[in-house]
Write a protein that binds this ligand. Structure first.
Ligand SMILES: [Fe+2]
Length: 427
């Protein structure tokens, strides 16, 4: 499906999401936009966040927003409990989108020690925030949170899910959002609501975003380039020729994470070649990885589902699956996390488009906002576990040790509904 057929409201599953879009364009999320939080009363700084860098053990990107232009903004950091402070001047990274000027700041902390606890704070010429924790991983065990699509008409469910997940998983080292982070990628009030949902989380653990199709929608629900997403989330530049930071990779502990971009239908008319460029890059990037585990994160799912009352739609593999799954097989990818369909499904291992224990484990991650599709999908023959229907929200916890990776799926109240483990001999 190309951009034009999508906008015209084609009858595919994406068009059903377009229905979700218009449902979601209410005013509920605007309530949250009126909340103004700052880090301290006299410091004009909010949405303080850590972003993953290519090597999480040695560096970290810190970003935040301010209402006004700051004088001498910087990040100060120190070893936890120590007095000696390092200071990194922040760069201005201002941008205007949705008619709103964002005073955004960014500082890159480099040459950090691995497996170390730090503290950092925002400072200006007149004020300083409280200290916030920052941890760099070693090569040992860790766990992280994975959130599916959080796009919403009212982000209170997202906020409750994210806050509960962080509370129930106090050891989580960083978090991932699988794309369709917001319902409308241009609407600044939705971005604000999303940020409020992870207050107290993203200042202390780094964030790895995945771009979804909704990040490419403008206020008129036409496709545009994902300008706000690219501005809000400065992720590693890993050598893309034409699509810098649309896709990227990073190392955390003994895992190499490969974050792909499935939005070539959306971007093709503006910037052609996203899929072809990524196929080459993926081979090169995964080939360079020396990590024990290689994990792919990509927004759109690899399978195609039948839809109730739509007999003409066949079960099979999506465009994303047909293009990338052979390469995942070839490159020895261990796990693939996908999203976009707003349902949780564990498909087990697939290789050469068939059930095969030698292939990657495929997890369709579910839904983390309030846009849900009860009774929509007909189960796929490759589904091994399906979340209880109709679905509420869910999140995943991934635990990584030297020998195994365990992925657990939880409902908002912390009830576990699925658990799967992938093992690998020590090397
Ligand atoms: Fe999506």
């Amino acid at each position: 499906m190309n951009r034009r057929t999508f906008i015209a409201g084609g009858l595919g599953a994406l068009a059903l999401f377009a229905g979700g879009i218009f449902f979601a364009k209410g005013s509920l999320y605007r309530k949250a936009a009126n909340r103004v939080h700052s880090l301290t009363e006299d410091l004009d700084a909010r949405f303080l966040r850590q972003m993953v860098t290519a090597d999480a053990s040695r560096s970290r990107t810190i970003m935040w927003q301010a209402e006004e232009i700051l004088t001498k903004p910087a990040i100060e950091y120190r070893l936890k409990g120590q007095e000696e402070v390092q200071r990194v001047p922040a760069q201005e990274d201002f941008f205007t989108d949705d008619g709103v000027k964002n005073h955004q700041y960014l500082a890159e902390l480099q040459e950090l020690q691995s497996d170390t606890d730090y503290e950092y704070r925002v400072v200006t010429d007149v004020a300083a925030s409280d200290w916030h924790t920052l941890h760099t991983p070693g090569t040992g065990s860790f766990e992280c949170l994975i959130f599916p699509d959080s796009q919403s008409s009212d982000y209170s469910d997202w906020e409750a899910l994210a806050q509960n997940a962080a509370r129930y998983s106090p050891k989580a080292a960083f978090f991932i959002n699988m794309g369709d982070i917001v319902d409308n990628g241009e609407d600044h009030t939705q971005w604000q609501s999303w940020f409020y949902g992870v207050e107290g989380i993203m200042d202390r653990m780094p964030f790895s975003p995945v771009m979804g199709n909704h990040e490419t929608y403008d206020q008129n629900w036409q496709v545009r380039l994902p300008e706000a997403y690219l501005k809000y989330f400065v992720v590693p530049e890993n050598g893309s020729r034409d699509f810098s930071r649309y896709y990227y990779s990073f190392d955390y502990g003994d895992v190499h994470f490969i974050v792909l971009n499935s939005q070539w239908d959306e971007t093709e008319d503006f910037k052609p070649g996203l899929m072809e460029e990524q196929l080459n890059w993926l081979r090169e990037d995964a080939g360079k990885s020396r990590k024990k585990w290689n994990i792919v994160l990509v927004h759109k799912d690899v399978l195609q589902y039948r839809i109730h009352n739509r007999p003409e739609r066949q079960e099979g593999f999506s465009d994303v699956g047909r293009n990338f799954m052979p390469l995942f097989d070839e490159l020895g990818i261990d796990l693939v996390f996908t999203a976009h369909l707003h349902t949780y499904r564990n498909r087990g291992h697939i290789k050469d488009f068939r059930r095969d224990g030698r292939g990657p484990l495929y997890i369709l991650t579910g839904v983390a906002g309030n846009v849900r599709y009860p009774g929509l999908w007909v189960d796929h023959h490759l589904d091994e576990v399906v979340a209880p229907q109709p679905e509420t929200d869910n999140y995943l916890v991934m635990q990584v040790t030297a020998q195994e990776i365990t992925v657990k799926c939880f409902l908002p109240d912390g009830q576990e509904i699925d658990r799967v483990t992938v093992t690998k001999d020590a090397v």
